[in-house]
Design a protein around this ligand. Structure first.
Ligand SMILES: Nc1nc2c(ncn2[C@@H]2O[C@H](COP(=O)(O)OP(=O)(O)OP(=O)(O)O)[C@@H](O)[C@H]2O)c(=O)[nH]1
Ligand SMILES: [Mg+2]
Length: 357
């Protein structure tokens, strides 16, 4: 899964990027348009470890989240055409956006921290950017015949934006979504608010969980956005320590788990993601899919050949496999099911695909 970090310059995106990935990209760039930082983290999954104990594979592979961090616009230089096309380009392929919101006073910035202001302002930027793209497209379609359907859909999206509703709020059918996928609209991407607070606040355990300012919580609810709170700076310093030191440091600060783990959970919940597993002597592996994905579609995650040549899925539950110790025993005990292509994959399914190419 690919996640884009967005937000105004100096909000702490690169700091959060370092905290989440354990990398050491340079912070304090202040909107300098450099190339994007890209980093990948593994999603910890004890089920993969457990299965590896049974199969003793050559390789264990965890699901991954990759982060893209690009410089943000200055709070002051907002234009009528929305976000810089370069930034839009860099975030096109992101499947979800994390809006990093500054909740600390940054000595390099004139404006005091006002997270609610920035949440509104950045959301407006996202919507404006989409609006400009839609307007351009509609103008072009006017010259084309047979474009009535696309125009009708775009007009509907435009109407939502005019009411200050992001596109993720618009109810769209599968085929409508597919027909606009090429635009990569920013306000259509699922989004998470990440309130970046000062280190002092990080020490207040409650603040970490719920204690965001009431105005921010209400705004997040009104915008139907999940909210997580962390101190980028403290978490970045923690990420630089070795695991043992990390635990002590977190305990001192009264933080129960590192930002990274909290973030991963929030992201999975937000995006309604689940994992299925594959096992074998070569590899035990977790794969991330959206809840509601069919067995045939899920096969495509592994290889397009398996999706195309799908015959059936042999499915065992992770718990059954661990309890009985092998797929053969699961089969004997009636715990191995044969499922067709329409089967909806469940979190923790261990799947062996039969296919023919
Ligand atoms: N006090 C405090 N300072 C922070 C925190 N997070 C970031 N900073 C500081 O804020 C400044 C900007 O942080 P960056 O992470 O570079 O901000 P950015 O969002 O990547 O900014 P651009 O790349 O310019 O868009 C740096 O000097 C950081 O040290 C925080 O949680 N607390
Ligand atoms: Mg940066």
């Amino acid at each position: 899964m690919k996640v884009g970090l967005v937000g105004f310059a100096g909000a702490g995106k690169t700091t959060i990027f370092n905290a989440l990935t354990g990398l050491t990209a340079e912070v304090g760039g202040f909107g300098a348009r450099e190339k994007a930082n890209v980093g990948v983290i593994k999603v910890p999954d004890p089920r993969v470890d457990k299965l590896a104990e049974i199969y003793n594979p050559k390789k264990k592979t965890f699901a991954e989240i990759s982060f893209v961090d690009v410089a943000g616009p200055q709070e002051s230089d907002r234009s009528e055409s929305g976000l810089d096309p370069k930034l839009v380009q860099q975030q096109r392929s992101a499947e979800a956006l994390v809006h990093v919101v500054r909740a600390f006073d940054n000595p390099m910035l004139l404006q005091k921290a006002d997270p609610a202001r920035d949440i509104r302002a950045f959301d407006d930027e996202l919507m404006l950017t989409d609006m400009v793209q839609i307007d351009n497209r509609i103008a072009r379609l006017k010259k084309e015949k047979d474009s009535a359907r696309e125009r009708e859909l775009l007009e509907r999206l435009k109407a939502a934006l005019e009411e200050e509703r992001p596109l993720r709020d618009v109810e769209l059918a599968q085929e409508e979504l597919a027909s606009i996928a090429g635009f990569c609209f920013l306000s259509l991407k699922p989004a998470l608010l990440l309130l970046n607070t000062s280190e002092e606040r990080a020490a207040e355990n409650e603040y970490i969980l719920l204690g965001a300012p009431r105005e921010v919580i209400e705004l997040a609810e009104a915008k139907k956005l999940s909210l997580i709170v962390m101190s980028g700076k403290a978490e970045m310093e923690i990420a630089e320590l070795d695991p043992e030191e990390q635990r002590e440091f977190l305990a001192d600060l009264g933080i129960s788990e590192p930002a990274r783990d909290r973030f991963i959970r929030a992201a999975y919940e937000l995006l309604d993601l689940i994992s299925f597993l594959t096992v074998g002597e070569d590899e035990c592996r977790a794969w991330t899919i959206s809840r509601g994905t069919t067995a045939q579609k899920a096969a495509g995650k592994i290889h397009s050949d398996i999706e195309r040549g799908f015959i059936r899925a042999e499915v065992t539950r992770f718990e059954d496999l661990v309890e009985l110790g092998s797929e053969a025993r699961c089969r004997e005990q009636g715990k191995l099911r044969l499922e067709g292509k329409e089967y909806i994959v469940q979190d923790g399914d261990v799947i062996n695909y039969r296919f023919n190419v």
